[in-house]
Design a protein around this ligand. Structure first.
Ligand SMILES: CC(C)(COP(=O)(O)OP(=O)(O)OC[C@H]1O[C@@H](n2cnc3c(N)ncnc32)[C@H](O)[C@@H]1OP(=O)(O)O)[C@@H](O)C(=O)NCCC(=O)NCCS
Length: 166
């Protein structure tokens, strides 16, 4: 596989939108995760990972955002998408692993996301304990997951997500 993973650059923006549209189809903006992003989460292009195939096309993305909850600065992961033409070849997991490694190397506390437990368990994500964090809309507790990036990193995380102080 000659696909390479890189940080997000401004010139990737349109191609990322095309991959998201193809992977998710309509209804993507109805997700509760979109409400987190709309409410002032800050995109982290250097921690986001974009997959580029050997033809130079963007074929996958795993975006990382910065939010706050309680007394903790956290990362929020998503959307994660791989173009349907390239799915089931390990790219989705590779994107997540690389983005998580970048978040850890940046000195982060932890990462939160809404997604399939069966998929994200492979990278170490577990369910957010009930009542610990709240999302700005309905979320299935079985899909509300987090990963601690350093010992005690999630101890001070609680309540609703806020936009980070810049
Ligand atoms: C989810 C997605 C990013 C996975 O990308 P991918 O490149 O196909 O995934 P991988 O090849 O790395 O799959 C790794 C493993 O996860 C499993 N998997 C893939 N998608 C899954 C899902 N939605 N739920 C549970 N498991 C899933 C695969 O079966 C594979 O397991 P295996 O190795 O035991 O067969 C991709 O299918 C996609 O873009 N889907 C539409 C958008 C979406 O639903 N995104 C949200 C993800 S929670």
């Amino acid at each position: 596989m000659a696909t390479k993973l890189t940080a997000e650059k401004p010139e990737h923006a349109d191609a990322i939108e095309r991959v998201l549209a193809r992977a998710f189809g309509p209804g993507r903006y109805a997700k509760t995760s979109e409400r987190v992003r709309e409410r002032g989460a800050v995109l982290e292009p250097m921690l986001t990972r974009v997959a580029i195939n050997d033809g130079g096309d963007v074929v996958g993305v795993c975006r990382i955002w910065r939010v706050e909850a309680g007394d903790a600065s956290l990362f929020f992961l998503g959307p994660l998408a791989v173009d349907p033409s390239e799915q089931a070849a390990g790219l989705g997991l590779a994107l997540v692993r690389d983005a998580v490694a970048a978040c850890r190397a940046s000195g982060g506390n932890g990462i939160v996301l809404v997604g399939a437990e069966r998929f994200f368990r492979a990278v170490g994500f577990t369910r957010v304990p009930l009542g610990k964090l709240s999302m700005p809309g309905p979320v299935d507790p079985a899909r509300f997951l987090w990963l601690e990036l350093r010992p005690g990193g999630l101890d001070k995380a609680h309540g609703a997500f806020r936009a980070p102080k810049r």
